[in-house]
Structures are given as C-alpha cells and as structure tokens.
Design a protein around this ligand. Structure first.
Ligand code: SF4
Length: 61
C-alpha cells in the first residue's frame, strides 16, 4: 500500500496544509500551484495528511 495525492481532488492553488502535520516530512510541494508529492521512502502511512487535507485528496492505494 502507498499514499498518493489525487490530482482531480487537489485544486493546486494553495499551500498544502498537510505538509505541516506530516511527522516524517514526507510531503513536498514545489509551489502553491503544484501537486504535493509524497516521498514513499519516508511515509509511514500514518494517515495524518488524509485527515488534514480539506479536499480529501490524499488516498491510500
Ligand atoms: S501518511 Fe503520515 S507519514 Fe505519510 S505523508 Fe501522510 S502524514 Fe506523512
């Protein structure tokens, strides 16, 4: 299982609020108009980002 950011749900027009809550620093975003990226090697699938994203764009697949 891994975590992805669904580009159809993320409006890609703001700083991703989940970046600040990720305990592993696994989420990065080039700029506010970019889709956040998740480093699979760092992510522990804790699900915090899923709870903080107002658009529900983080999904476990
Ligand atoms: S599931 Fe947890 S560790 Fe993985 S990107 Fe989200 S907040 Fe970070």
């Amino acid at each position: 299982m891994k975590l992805i950011v669904n580009q159809n749900k993320c409006p890609q027009n703001h700083k991703c609020p989940s970046i600040a809550v990720c305990p592993k620093g696994a989420i990065t975003q080039k700029d506010i108009y970019s889709l956040p990226e998740i480093d699979e090697k760092l992510c522990i699938l804790c699900g915090k980002c899923m709870r903080y994203c107002p658009k529900g764009a983080f999904e476990k697949v």
